[in-house]
Design a protein. Structure first.
Length: 81
């Protein structure tokens, strides 16, 4: 009976880690989409500032993706460790 309890706890932790990794990926997708949409709106309002806006958009999107990658790695470590 104790083996079954340990097995269920392990499987539950791995399942929750998988859900966490999925939520991190979805959150990153939403974040990058909002960054891109806001940058396009700003470029439509002020076309002369499009170069600066594009550079800032790329940096912000890279930071969001970096945080999402970190979250996925942490979830994998929890699932496999």
């Amino acid at each position: 009976m104790e083996f079954l309890t340990v097995l269920l706890d392990t499987m539950m932790n791995q399942g929750l880690a998988g859900i966490g990794a999925g939520l991190a990926a979805i959150g990153a997708g939403i974040g990058v989409g909002r960054i891109g949409g806001s940058a396009l709106e700003a470029m439509a309002r002020q076309p002369e500032a499009s170069g600066d806006l594009r550079a800032n958009m790329i940096v912000a999107a890279a930071l969001v993706e970096g945080v999402a990658l970190f979250a996925v790695i942490v979830c994998l470590l929890v699932a496999l460790g």
